[in-house]
Design a protein around this ligand. Structure first.
Ligand SMILES: NC(=O)c1ccc[n+]([C@@H]2O[C@H](COP(=O)([O-])OP(=O)(O)OC[C@H]3O[C@@H](n4cnc5c(N)ncnc54)[C@H](O)[C@@H]3O)[C@@H](O)[C@H]2O)c1
Length: 324
C-alpha cells in the first residue's frame, strides 16, 4: 500500500499507533501536531517525519500538506478532554492521574474551537491543495450518549444503534464531534471529496497500565439500582483496541475510493463488549426501560453496531479479550 499519508495529531495516543502501523504497511507517513512526539514513542523510534503547527492556522495546515504531499489525510488531532467533562474543580487531580502524556484538558470553548474549526481548516487546506480523501476521527459520543448534562437518559429508538440513528448531542465534546461530521458532509458535497468519519468507542491501549486498570473485561454487569435508575448516559460496555483503530484506518485508506462508499460515510468502530452475559440479559438488567428493544440483539453484540464497517470495509476486530 504505497501511499503518502498525513496524520494530524500524530503525537497523541492514537497517533502513535496509527502512524507506525501505516508505516509498517508501506505508507510514507508524516505527522502534524502542536506538540512533538514523546521521545520514547514509536513515532520517534521509527523516524516519522513531523511538522509542528496549529490546526487553527490555515497556513500551518497548508505547510503540513505541502510537506507530506498526501494522497490521504487521517485527521486525529482534537481536544478530547474539555474541563466540562471533569467534576467541578477536579482538573488538577485528573491531570495528575492521567497516564497519558499528551492528553490535554482544555476549557470547553477551546475544545469546540479546535475540534470544529480545526476540522474545517484541515478540510479547507486539503481542498485548496486538491487532496480529495480524508478520514476524520469522530466518537460514539456524537450520537448523544456521552456527556448528558440534562441528566436525562440517552434513549435509543432501536437496537442495535447503527449509523442512521438520529443524534442528539449535549456536551461540548459530543457536539464538536457531531459538527465535525456535518463539516465533513458539506466538504464532500461541495468539493467532490470522499470523507470517512470513524466513530470510535472508548479506546483501550494494551501497553498502558492506566488503560488496563480502566477497562475491566469479563464482567457481570451490575443491575440498575435506585441511584442510577438504569440511565444510559455513557458506558455501553464496549471498547475499541487502539490496534483495531490502526487496522480500520488502513482499510479506510484502501477502500475510500470504492464505489460502494458514498462521498461521506460514518462508521462505528468497536472491538468487543466487556461482559460475560448475553446482551439481551445485560439490557434487561441494566437498562430495563429499553428491554423490549433488546430482543433484537444477538449473543454478546454491542449496543452500537459495527455491521456497516464489517460489510463495507471488511473490518474484523482482531484484538478482543475473548480470544486472547
Ligand atoms: N481516546 C479515545 O478514547 C477516543 C474515543 C473516541 C474518539 N477519539 C478521537 O480520536 C482522536 C485522537 O484521540 P487521542 O486519544 O489520540 O487524543 P490525544 O489527546 O492523545 O491526541 C490528540 C493530539 O492532537 C494534538 N492537538 C490538539 N490540539 C491541536 C492543535 N490545535 N493543533 C495541532 N495539534 C493539536 C495534541 O497535541 C495531541 O497530540 C481525537 O479526535 C479524539 O476525539 C478518541
Amino acid at each position: 500500500m504505497a501511499k503518502n499519508v498525513l496524520v494530524t495529531g500524530g503525537s497523541g495516543r492514537l497517533g502513535n499507533y496509527v502512524c507506525s502501523h501505516l508505516k509498517k504497511e508501506g505508507c510514507n507517513v508524516s505527522s502534524f501536531d502542536a506538540a512533538p512526539p514523546p521521545p520514547e514513542s514509536d513515532n520517534v523510534k521509527e523516524g516519522i517525519p513531523f511538522v509542528q503547527g496549529d490546526l487553527l492556522d490555515l497556513g500551518d495546515c497548508l505547510r503540513a500538506i505541502a510537506f507530506a504531499q498526501p494522497d490521504v489525510i487521517v485527521h486525529l488531532a482534537a481536544i478530547t478532554g474539555p474541563t466540562e467533562l471533569l467534576s467541578p474543580y477536579g482538573e488538577k487531580a485528573a491531570l495528575a492521574k492521567s497516564p497519558f502524556r499528551y492528553t490535554q484538558r482544555r476549557p470547553e470553548d477551546d475544545c469546540m474551537k479546535i475540534n470544529t474549526m480545526g476540522t474545517f481548516y484541515v478540510l479547507d487546506a486539503a481542498r485548496r491543495m486538491n487532496i480529495k480523501d480524508v478520514i476524520i476521527s469522530s466518537s460514539y459520543y456524537a450520537t448523544g450518549i456521552g456527556g448528558r448534562w440534562s441528566g436525562t437518559t440517552y434513549t435509543p429508538q432501536y437496537l442495535p444503534v447503527d449509523e442512521e440513528h438520529p443524534c442528539d448531542p449535549e456536551s461540548t465534546y459530543a457536539l464538536s464531534k457531531y459538527l465535525d461530521e456535518e463539516i465533513g458532509k458539506a466538504f464532500a458535497r461541495a468539493y467532490g471529496m470522499k470523507i470517512i468519519a470513524l466513530r470510535y468507542m472508548g479506546v483501550f491501549y494494551e501497553n498502558n497500565e492506566g488503560s488496563r486498570k480502566l477497562y475491566k473485561f469479563g464482567v457481570n454487569v451490575e443491575p440498575a439500582d435506585d441511584k442510577n435508575k438504569g440511565l444510559m448516559v455513557d458506558n455501553t460496555y464496549q471498547y475499541v483496541d487502539a490496534r483495531d483503530i490502526a487496522n480500520i484506518t488502513e482499510l479506510c485508506i484502501q477502500k475510500i475510493r470504492d464505489s460502494a462508499l458514498k462521498p461521506f460515510e460514518a462508521f462505528f468502530v468497536s472491538t468487543d463488549t466487556t461482559y460475560l452475559e448475553d446482551t439481551e440479559e445485560v439490557i434487561t438488567k441494566r437498562w430495563p426501560f429499553i428491554k423490549d428493544l433488546g430482543k433484537n440483539m444477538k449473543g454478546t453484540e454491542g449496543i452500537f453496531s459495527i455491521a456497516k464497517a464489517e460489510k463495507l470495509l471488511g473490518y474484523k476486530p482482531a484484538y478482543s479479550w475473548r480470544n486472547n
